[in-house]
Write a protein that binds this ligand. Structure first.
Ligand code: SF4
Length: 336
């Protein structure tokens, strides 16, 4: 038996073609599109304005449920939720929703596992399981959008007032979960096009950040592609010697190539790049590294995001102490 078609894997043109091949009028595709990306419907039963015959056929040949939650962890403050999702083939991935003030940011995965092998990262140590499809990437955002909207409705009900339903329950998306987005470029880009589609979820491209460990050809493609998404680069070290130890892909795309690609991104898009720097005790947090980093990034339109390492079980690497983090920050700031 063939697996039901995941409708989120289709772009709007492909959905129109599918409905046409089923002898359905064009407006049925539009209705379906709106159910998926304006109402975040997770089943066909809810799609009340579709005829019963079409809903029955959709239910037997297609699906709008790419993933289901298996476990959830909520931070002590309650503003961050990490969800373990099961996919249809039993593969698992993780995604995070961060809710700070008016910002609801979904940090989503683009691959199950990751083949980049960064030495400080638990996902990297497990290796790549498989690429996610565009629909599985989009599905993570829609899951959180549905949840945020539902909790807004429930909160309003409890307070006996009209629900203030946000147009974009998820306001920002960072492709920074499991996997390397640029190693799964086609599906990642298709997902971005779907999320930004004006007749669908219509998220502004500037609210989407693509994070890479430094796949230079992918950055070059990102520059050529039309949507103005943000770029974040996981840098973690200011020299090739140290970076190659932490991020093995640096041996293929050394810092000189990476920085040239980043510079081109800045020149063409006029957008600021974010450099992620995981601070690892005794490894990349000395004043010398801060000076080298300041030199490397001199003149580049950028932010530097200093993140104490998230320690992983079985690894001897530890996060830098707060005093070192602050000292490094001050050194970078004083170097401009
Ligand atoms: Fe981990 Fe990201 Fe490196 Fe993959 S690219 S191993 S997810 S840090």
């Amino acid at each position: 038996m063939t697996e039901p078609l995941l409708l989120h894997d289709l772009n709007q043109g492909e959905l129109i073609a599918l409905m046409s091949s089923w002898d359905e009028p064009r407006f049925r595709a539009d209705q379906l599109w709106r159910w998926m990306y304006r109402s975040y419907a997770a089943d066909f039963e809810a799609m009340a304005n579709l005829p019963l015959g079409l809903r029955t056929r959709l239910a037997s040949e297609a699906t709008v449920a790419p993933l289901f939650p298996k476990a959830e962890q909520v931070s002590v403050t309650g503003d961050t939720r990490k969800v373990l999702f099961g996919l249809r083939d039993g593969t698992t991935i993780e995604s995070v929703l961060m809710q700070y003030h008016s910002r609801q940011t979904a940090c989503i995965s683009t691959q199950a596992g990751c083949g980049m092998g960064c030495t400080f990262c638990a996902t990297g140590q497990g290796g790549l399981v498989r690429n996610l499809s565009a629909g599985e990437i989009v599905g993570q955002v829609l899951y959180f959008a549905r949840e945020v909207r539902l909790s807004a409705i429930e909160r309003a009900k409890a307070e006996s007032r009209q629900a203030d339903i946000p147009v974009h329950p998820v306001t920002h998306v960072v492709l920074m979960g499991m996997g390397e987005p640029l190693a799964n470029y086609e599906a990642t880009w298709k997902a971005i096009e779907t999320l930004t589609h004006a007749e669908g979820y219509s998220l502004g491209a500037r609210r989407i950040t693509v994070s890479t460990v430094g796949l230079v050809p992918g950055i070059q493609r990102l520059v050529e592609d039309s949507l103005p998404v943000n770029l974040a680069v996981s840098l973690h070290a200011p020299s090739d010697e140290l970076r190659s130890q932490l991020v093995p892909i640096n041996q293929r795309y050394p810092l000189s190539d990476l920085m040239a690609a980043v510079q081109r991104y800045c020149d063409v898009t006029r957008r600021r790049v974010t450099f992620e720097y995981a601070l690892i005790a005794g490894l990349n947090d000395a004043p010398r590294e801060a000076q080298d980093l300041a030199r490397l990034l001199k003149g580049v339109l950028c932010h530097v995001n200093l993140i104490p390492l998230n320690p992983t079980p079985g690894s001897h690497l530890r996060p830098s102490p707060r005093s070192k983090v602050l000292a490094l920050r001050d050194l970078l700031a004083s170097a401009g």
